[in-house]
Design a protein around this ligand. Structure first.
Ligand SMILES: [Zn+2]
Length: 172
């Protein structure tokens, strides 16, 4: 089974396809796999401001997004973000389903690290997965922000929680 088959099973992104997979070496001399992602033909980018699809404006240089390591091998998604010429918001960088804003960690990896940071010290979690303390910190920060949002919603509008996509444990 190829790596792309596994990713299509566990991390399928509508409107995007996995491209070539190459070995690489990180700045810290760690073996890694770089996985190209490209948009599907005729797919339109989603505006990060309003969440609507819009016409493409241009494409930015390639960015790396760190994914959950596999067998101790660092995994990076490589993707050139498109910019959207949104009629409502102006020119905005597109929203991608695997990461938020300018974060270089994929959301899946951030949640993975945050889960381990509950069991270990942040630094231990970072060392165990050969990532930086900063990445562990960002992950915990994201999880705490999520927790605060849920707590606020539970207080002010509990019925809205049933419509939240994503995590299933929000009622715990
Ligand atoms: Zn917009």
């Amino acid at each position: 089974m190829q790596l792309k088959c596994i990713l299509n099973r566990v991390q399928l992104h509508r409107g995007f396809v996995y491209g070539t997979v190459r070995w690489s070496i990180t700045r810290k001399m760690r073996t890694a796999l770089d996985i190209q992602i490209r948009p599907r033909k005729r797919s339109r980018p989603v505006c990060s401001g309003c969440g609507k699809c819009g016409p493409g404006y241009d494409t930015l240089p390639l960015r790396r997004f760190e994914f959950v390591p596999l067998w101790g091998i660092a995994i990076f998604f490589l993707y050139a973000m498109r910019r959207v010429d949104c009629p409502d918001c102006g020119i905005k960088v597109e929203r991608v389903p695997w990461a938020d804003g300018k974060n270089h960690l994929t959301t899946t990896y951030a949640w993975f690290l945050a889960q381990w940071a509950k069991r270990l010290f942040w630094k231990e979690a970072a060392v165990a997965f050969q990532t930086s303390w900063g990445n562990a910190f960002l992950s915990v920060k994201m999880a705490v922000a999520w927790g605060w949002r849920i707590a606020t919603w539970k207080t002010c509008c509990p019925s809205a929680l049933t419509k939240l996509p994503g995590r299933k444990d929000i009622n715990n």
